[in-house]
Design a protein around this ligand. Structure first.
Ligand code: HEC
Length: 323
């Protein structure tokens, strides 16, 4: 773990109750007094090429590059041609239900509320391929050029909490997911990554304790969703940059059966993994998931007796296996 070098005074969380008869003003937990802008332009110039060449360095050294680059807020460099979404926006609906005398709300976006920043290369590509007039499907006119970068800063849900705050005064409390284009480095042509300003887990060297899935790399799980984008694995749209807060693109994550069923207490809610692995709907599938070890598998790959005598690895052993 490492802590970003920059410290920002994040305003206290919470809603301000102004008393009977007055409006209830919600405070934006991501608002900061000082504008969040490029801290040192020299660092941005120094890392200009390295950030665009993720395959050029081993992951641990590239992680240093991007955490310095984004830690320095180089992606907010509007003077160098970076552009951003018009406003902080939800990436899906925020729903509320009145249950047992109380409101229960649920954010249904694919990511936390976002402000997405686009490098000059990415912006130029969007102007050619993703104009508000062009809502088509199928291939884009051109491939995203190498060196294009997209940085998706994330904020607390719902976006309404922070919509009235100037974006320069919003600190990305929920980190940022980012994409760097390098077409020859992997099948989908993107480096996928996560940047946290408060606490960033390093992927390399991997932790022996947590065996956590990596946050950054090529061919990441991010492609599960991004492969369904129209083309180029990106949902980017100029509408989000030039439009109004009402015209921005929004997607509904339909993985849970319906929104109403999400509004149950977390303890009663099946995990996302459980919902996928043990579907209850009758839709035909290629094959049912195998929940237990098959005897022929265990015969071929017997586990040592000390693992509990069942011939299967214990849970603790399974958790330590490479992901
Ligand atoms: C659950 C599906 C899902 C997963 C998993 C996912 N994304 Fe996304 N992502 C989306 C959708 C949908 C959008 C468009 C959101 C919008 O603009 O409203 C998006 C937008 C983005 C954007 C802005 C550019 C664009 O294509 O719109 C970036 C950058 C991004 N995601 C990075 C990542 C990274 C990095 C990961 C993995 C660590 C990841 N995403 C995992 C669904 C997903």
């Amino acid at each position: 773990m490492r802590i970003a070098t920059m410290l920002w005074t994040v305003r206290a969380l919470g809603a301000l109750c102004l008393g009977a008869g007055t409006a209830l003003a919600a405070d934006c937990p991501a608002e900061v007094r000082e504008p969040v802008v490029v801290a040192d332009a020299v660092v941005c110039r120094e890392l200009h090429d390295a950030i665009r060449d993720p395959a050029g360095l081993p992951l641990d050294r590239y992680e240093e590059v991007y955490s310095r680059y984004f830690g320095n807020f180089c992606h907010r460099d509007t003077a160098s041609g970076w552009v951003r979404d018009v406003t902080v926006r939800d990436t899906g609906p925020f729903t509320a239900m009145f249950v047992d005398g109380a409101w229960r709300s649920q954010y249904n976006g694919t990511h936390s509320p976002v402000v997405i920043w686009y490098s000059p290369e990415m912006h130029a590509w969007m102007q050619e391929n993703r104009t508000p007039q062009d809502k088509g499907f199928g291939p884009d006119k051109s491939q995203v050029p190498d060196g294009a970068i997209i940085v998706k800063e994330m904020f607390p849900p719902p976006a309404d909490l922070c919509r009235d705050v100037a974006v320069e005064h919003l600190f990305p409390t929920h980190g940022a997911a980012f994409m760097v284009r390098q077409s020859t480095a992997s099948a989908d042509g993107w480096f996928w990554g996560y940047q946290g300003w408060i606490d960033t887990p390093l992927d390399w060297p991997a932790s022996n304790d947590s065996n956590a899935l990596p946050n950054s790399g090529f061919g990441m799980g991010c492609t599960n969703c991004h492969a369904s984008a129209r083309d180029n694995s990106t949902f980017s749209s100029l509408d989000n940059v030039t439009g109004t807060p009402d015209s921005v693109v929004m997607f509904l994550d339909e993985s849970p059966a319906d929104i109403a069923s999400q509004n149950v207490a977390p303890a009663e809610m099946p995990s996302f993994h459980e919902t996928i692995a043990n579907p209850v709907d009758p839709a035909g599938r290629l094959g049912a998931p195998t929940l237990w070890y098959r005897p022929d598998f265990l015969t071929a790959y017997p586990y040592p007796e000390q693992e509990g005598g069942t011939g299967e690895p214990r849970l603790e052993t399974r958790l330590m296996m490479p992901s």
